[in-house]
Design a protein around this ligand. Structure first.
Ligand code: NAD
Length: 499
């Protein structure tokens, strides 16, 4: 009998009462490992009320003390690092080595958020007028929420929670219902670190829980990460309810390979960024664009054997390049895309669809797939596949290569591989994409820079982590004061100016 998971509300595990559950799989074996409760709107409301009651005391706790709780959390996460990474790998399907990175990238944002006492400082102008001083204050918003995807079950919840909590908010996380165990482990660690009950809550669920958060008048801000159609929906409904909303969506990340690129380095980068985590990353490279026929032919010659020899294995195997996909349904969707590509006329140079993992026949595995001669009008080029499928689009020159990411509806990440500084500089200046790598295939900025795509990869004005996260989870107040208050100038009926 599969274990039953809980919600985590007010510092306690809380059993689900809606009567609705989702199955949580171990993709490497295909077994149902747990059942996750799917919250009703009433359960979401109870969590919000709990968080609302806890938040004022946390906001009144001085910012250094708040930061120290996060420092203690980092210490505890280091203690439990291997345990968390293993649970993450089993439930998601990625390798344990990759799961460690998922957790680490999340912890780095918590580390950044411990700087909130400095980052939240306001500004002060002395003597802005006669006896007049002006200063600004940054204050928490109240109760805020994060809605997160399956593919980074530690990193993205921590990207949202770390800055939100450091700023003095109470935070409600609605993680993916496909891998909710790590978020629940993080909730226990926050409590052990001394975070007051009610400041970090996990409400498990699906659309019903998301809608309840979007409509709840006590939720001030929502940070969402997931697919573009849901990102757009959450943005529209959340904004209509008067909330501050930032939503990060899907991607189709191109890697341009210039004729002068170091081809061995480019191929290493492509297999890692295309097939790591079975392509289930919003910063995965899913389109390779060799410039010129000779470059394309050299690329394919080196790439085909590398894709054919990818090591696929169970998440816990230790030496696998990639593990299984997250669910049987997702595996089928990715295989269906390969079929679409063949029908559209792309050339399937490596077909990994029939891969079977010996001893794990019920797991959700497939091998790497590589398409050549993909054209911009094909669905496999236009749509996000989110699996181990790499498309090669041949460009005749640099101008055509640059046009591809610029005309694509997504604009999350992009890379160029070249030895030519002029080309790299021109590319970085002109490409219509949020995050750019020069000889770096997955240009995820570090915690103290911000992360975010352009076009339909992102909805809202502020990015994730870095200084934008502090701006998103706090609001500014500006105070104009006059001392001595007794100054007599008589009533003023026109607007005061500095003329
Ligand atoms: P998803 O859109 O299916 O789910 C994301 C969240 O939305 C989950 O918590 C889910 O429960 C909820 N949700 C799903 N359907 C909903 C509905 N109809 N109404 C309301 N809420 C709903 O995404 P996923 O499959 O979990 O994650 C993969 C996607 O996330 C990919 O598209 C990937 O590119 C994207 N992603 C983007 C970034 C980024 O920063 N841009 C980062 C990671 C993942």
């Amino acid at each position: 009998m599969a274990a039953e998971l809980n919600h985590f509300i007010g510092g306690k595990k809380v059993k689900g009462t809606s009567g609705r559950y989702g199955d949580v799989f171990w993709p490497m074996t295909g077994e149902v490992a747990a059942r996750v409760p799917l919250a009703s709107a009433a359960e979401v409301r109870a969590a919000v009320e709990n968080a609302k009651a806890a938040q004022p005391a946390w906001a009144a706790t001085n910012p250094q003390r708040r930061a120290r709780v996060l420092m203690k959390f980092l210490e505890l996460a280091a203690r439990d690092y291997e345990k968390i990474s293993e649970v993450l790998a089993r439930e998601h399907g990625k390798t344990v080595a990759d799961a460690r990175g998922d957790l680490q990238r999340g912890l780095e944002v918590v580390e950044f958020a411990t700087g909130a006492p400095h980052l939240m400082k306001g500004e002060y102008t002395e003597g802005a007028g006669p006896g007049i001083d002006i200063y600004s204050l940054r204050q928490p918003l109240g109760v805020v929420a994060g809605i997160t995807p399956f593919n980074f079950p530690a990193m993205i919840p921590l990207w949202k929670a770390g800055p939100a909590i450091a700023c003095g908010n109470a935070f409600i996380l609605k993680p993916s219902e496909r891998d909710p165990s790590v978020p629940l482990m993080l909730a226990e660690l926050f409590l052990e670190a001394g975070l007051p009950p009610g400041i970090f809550n996990v409400v498990n669920g699906d659309k019903e829980a998301v809608d309840a958060l979007l409509d709840d008048p006590d939720i001030q801000a929502i940070g969402f990460v997931g697919s573009t159609p849901i990102a757009e929906y959450v943005y529209g409904r959340g904004c209509a309810a008067g909330k501050r909303v930032a939503c990060f969506g899907g991607a189709k990340n191109h890697m341009i390979i210039m004729p002068d690129a170091d081809m061995d380095q480019a191929v290493d980068a492509l297999v890692g960024a295309g097939f790591g985590s079975a392509g289930e990353r919003c910063m995965a490279i899913s389109v390779a664009v060799p410039v010129g026929k000779a470059t394309a032919d050299r690329l394919m010659e080196k790439l085909i054997p590398r894709v054919e020899s990818l090591k696929i294995g169970p998440s816990t195997s230790g030496d696998a390049d990639m593990g299984p996909l997250v669910t049987a349904a997702h595996l089928q969707k990715v295989k269906d895309y390969v079929e679409v590509g063949i029908k559209e006329g792309a050339r399937l140079a490596v077909d990994g669809r029939n891969f079977k993992m010996q001893g794990y026949e019920n797991g959700f595995y497939m091998g790497g797939c590589l398409f050549d001669d993909v054209k911009p009008e094909m669905r496999i080029y236009k749509e996000e596949i989110f699996g181990p499928v790499l498309s090669v689009v041949r460009a005749k020159d640099y101008a055509e290569a640059l046009r591809l990411p610029n005309e694509h509806e997504y604009g999350n990440g992009v890379a160029i591989f070249t030895r030519d500084g002029d080309a790299a500089r021109d590319f970085a200046a002109k490409v219509q994409v949020g995050m750019i790598g020069v000889n770096v295939p997955i240009p995820v900025p570090l915690a103290y820079y911000t992360f975010g795509g352009w076009k339909r990869s992102s909805f809202g004005d502020l990015n994730q982590h870095g200084p934008d996260a502090i701006r998103f989870y706090s609001r500014l107040k500006t105070v104009t004061s006059r001392w001595p208050s007794g100054t007599k100038e008589g009533a003023e009926f026109s607007i005061p100016t500095m003329k």
